[in-house]
Design a protein around this ligand. Structure first.
Ligand code: GLU
Length: 497
C-alpha cells in the first residue's frame, strides 16, 4: 500500500489551470481557476495555463483565445502559458507529443504498460457480455498476456493502443487535500488506455507527465475527476514521479439544488463581461461561492490573496446566487472612483449607443453624468437606458398620453401652461445650477398649486423623454439651459395642440 508523498501546502505553489479547448469555460470551471490563481498568489508561487487538446475531435476553433480572454478579463494573470511560453513549454499538449511517447516507452520497458490490439468491435462485444452477465465494465486484459517481443513486433505494423498495466493485487491510496485518503482495491481498476491509436495520449497520461514536468505542486480540478485519482496516482508512482497534492472542487448547484442552467447564471465569463459585471465583483463572488472567510462578503482582490487558504474550500456543493452577484456588482460600482467608473461607462456606451452618436464620447461629459447614476445601477448594462438622452441629437417629445396621466389626466391645457412657465423659470435662472433651479421650480409648483412631484414629472418627460432618469436638476444642469428651455417649450406647444 502506498500513499505517495505529499509536499507541504505553504511553500510557493505551482498551480495550473488546464482547460480543454472545447468551448467557453463556464462558471464552475472558472471558479476552480480563481481558487488555483489565489493559491498561487497567496503562496507567492506561480499560476500556469496549459491547453489540454489531446482530444483533437472535440477541439473548437477560437476556444483557446476565448479561454485566455476570460482569464484576462477576470484579472487572473498567468506566469507561464501558451501565449507567453515559460521554462517548461510548450504549454499546449498537442505540441508535447514526444514527451508523452517517451513516458510510454518507459512504461512499456518497465512492464507497466502493454500494446493492445483489440478492435473496437471486440471491445463492444466485451461490454455487451459484461452487461449481460451483470459484471462491471472494463478491459479484462486479453492483450496483457501477449509475450513482450511478440507484442512489440506486432505493434510495429498493427494499429493498437497502449494500456497501463494496473497491479492485480493490493490497494492504492490517493489523498485529496480536502477529503483525505481515498482507497481502492487495484483489482477494481481496469487496464486503462494511456496512448490512443492516433498517437495522442489520453488525458490520464498527458496531464500526469505534464504536471510532473511542469513541477506542479497542486492539481486543482473538478470533483468529476475523483474516480480517476487512483489511476493517476498509479501512473505517478510507475513513472517514479512525486505525486502532487490533489484538490478536487465540488460542483456549483442551482438555487434549490439541481444542475446550474443558463437561467441561473451558468454563463461564460465573456457573457458576464457583456452583461455589465465588473471583474473584481465576479472574482469576489466566485471565490466566496464555496469558500468563506468568517462572515466577510465584500473582499477585494488584495484581501482575497491575503487570506485565501486552499484547505478551507468547502466540500458541500455551493449554490449559485445571482442576486448576490448583482448586489456585489452594485457595491463594486459604488466603490469605483468616479474617473475610473466614467471610463468604464464611456466604453460601455460606445458599444451600446446607436451608431449615429459620434465616437469617441466626450469623456468630460461622461464624468459629469457618472455621479448621477453611480448609486442607481447594479451593472453597466443598465447605463444606456438611463442616460442615452444626453447623447441623443434630439429628444423627441413623448406622446401626449405620457404627460396626461394621474394629476394631468384630461388637463392638456394646464400641463401645457405648467411647462411654459417652467421654461420661463428655467430661462431666467443665472447662474444655471441644479440647487437654485430646484428651488425656483418648487416655488413654481406652489404658485401653480400642484404637487412638486407632479410638475417635475412633466419637466422630466420634456427634458429627458422618459419617466425615469438620473436626478432631475443635476441632469438639467448637464443638458444645459438652452436645450432645456427649448425642450420645455416644444412640449408645451405640443400639448397646446
Ligand atoms: N482538461 C481537463 C478538463 O478540462 C483538466 C482537468 C485537470 O485540471 O486536470 O477537465
Amino acid at each position: 500500500m502506498s500513499e505517495g508523498t505529499t509536499p507541504s501546502t505553504t511553500k510557493p505553489a505551482r498551480v495550473r489551470y488546464a482547460p480543454s479547448p472545447t468551448g467557453d469555460p463556464h462558471v464552475g470551471n472558472i471558479r476552480t481557476a480563481v481558487w488555483a490563481w489565489l493559491h498561487a498568489r497567496h503562496t507567492s508561487g506561480q499560476f500556469l495555463v496549459r491547453i489540454e487538446d489531446t482530444d483533437q475531435s472535440r477541439k473548437q476553433p477560437g476556444s483557446e483565445e476565448r479561454i485566455l480572454a476570460s482569464l484576462e478579463w477576470l484579472g487572473l494573470d498567468w506566469d507561464e502559458g501558451p501565449d507567453i511560453g515559460g521554462p517548461f513549454g510548450p504549454y499546449v499538449q498537442s505540441q508535447r507529443l514526444p514527451l508523452y511517447h517517451a513516458a510510454v516507452e518507459r512504461l512499456l520497458a518497465d512492464g507497466n504498460a502493454y500494446p493492445c490490439f483489440c478492435t473496437p468491435e471486440e471491445l463492444d462485444a466485451l461490454r455487451e457480455r459484461q452487461r449481460a452477465e451483470k459484471r462491471p465494465p472494463g478491459y479484462e486484459g486479453k492483450c496483457r498476456v501477449i509475450p513482450r517481443e511478440e507484442a512489440a513486433a506486432r505493434a510495429a505494423s498493427e494499429p493498437h493502443v497502449v494500456r497501463f498495466a494496473v497491479p492485480d493485487e493490493g490497494t492504492t491510496v490517493a489523498v485529496d487535500l480536502l477529503r483525505g485518503p481515498i482507497e481502492v482495491e487495484n483489482s477494481t481498476l481496469d487496464d486503462f488506455v494511456i496512448l490512443k491509436s492516433d498517437g495522442y495520449p489520453t488525458y490520464h497520461l498527458a496531464h500526469v507527465v505534464d504536471d510532473h514536468e511542469m513541477e506542479i505542486t497542486h492539481v486543482t480540478r473538478g470533483d468529476e475527476w475523483i474516480p480517476s485519482m487512483p489511476r493517476h496516482a498509479l501512473l505517478f508512482d510507475a513513472l517514479g514521479y512525486e505525486r502532487p497534492i490533489f484538490v478536487h472542487t465540488s460542483i456549483i448547484l442551482a438555487p434549490g439544488g439541481g444542475k446550474l442552467s443558463k437561467r441561473h447564471g451558468a454563463k461564460s465569463m465573456l457573457e458576464y463581461a457583456e452583461d455589465g459585471y465588473l471583474p473584481d465583483a465576479v472574482l469576489n463572488f466566485l471565490c466566496i461561492t464555496g469558500w468563506g472567510y468568517g462572515d466577510e462578503t465584500v473582499m477585494s482582490r488584495e484581501q482575497l490573496i491575503d487570506v485565501f487558504e486552499i484547505e478551507n474550500i468547502g466540500l458541500n456543493p455551493a449554490t449559485f446566487d445571482m442576486e448576490k452577484l448583482a448586489w456585489l456588482n452594485g457595491v463594486y460600482i459604488r466603490q469605483t472612483p468616479i474617473a475610473e467608473l466614467a471610463e468604464l461607462i464611456a466604453r460601455r456606451l460606445e458599444v451600446d449607443l446607436p451608431p449615429e452618436v459620434p465616437r469617441p464620447l466626450d469623456r468630460a461629459l461622461v464624468e459629469e453624468v457618472t455621479p448621477l447614476i453611480q448609486e442607481r445601477i447594479q451593472t453597466l448594462a443598465e447605463v444606456k437606458d438611463l442616460v442615452d438622452f444626453f447623447w441623443a441629437p434630439e429628444v423627441p417629445v413623448p406622446a401626449a398620453e405620457e404627460f396626461l396621466q394621474k394629476k394631468w389626466k384630461d388637463r392638456a391645457e394646464a400641463a401645457s401652461f405648467a411647462l411654459a412657465r417652467s421654461a420661463d423659470v428655467t430661462d431666467a435662472l443665472d447662474p444655471f445650477e441644479a440647487a437654485p433651479l430646484e428651488e425656483q421650480l418648487r416655488a413654481l409648483a406652489d404658485e401653480l398649486e400642484v404637487k412638486a412631484g407632479d410638475l417635475f414629472t412633466l419637466i422630466r418627460l420634456a427634458v429627458t423623454g422618459r419617466r425615469v432618469s438620473p436626478p432631475l436638476f443635476e441632469t438639467m444642469e448637464i443638458v444645459g439651459q438652452g436645450v432645456c428651455v427649448d425642450r420645455l417649450r416644444a412640449a408645451s406647444a405640443y400639448l397646446a395642440g
